[in-house]
Design a protein around this ligand. Sequence first.
Ligand code: ZN
Length: 68
Amino acid sequence: MNTPIVHTVLLAERFDCGTTSWAVSSTTNAHYTMQIHKNCSVGECPAKTAAFGLLASEKKLVPDSGRS
Ligand SMILES: [Zn+2]
């Protein structure tokens, strides 16, 4: 599942805030996206929002608020 990313995909796609397909193609890529877009805001950056949503849905992220 967690195979190394060896795609020759355009690097720019990973850094483009408007590209969400790469971000959600795997949880590994979603983690990368979160790091790449660490200065972006969820809700404003489509790529980070998509990655965040994927990780959250797969319980890969633990929200630091709203804990019950
Ligand atoms: Zn971004």
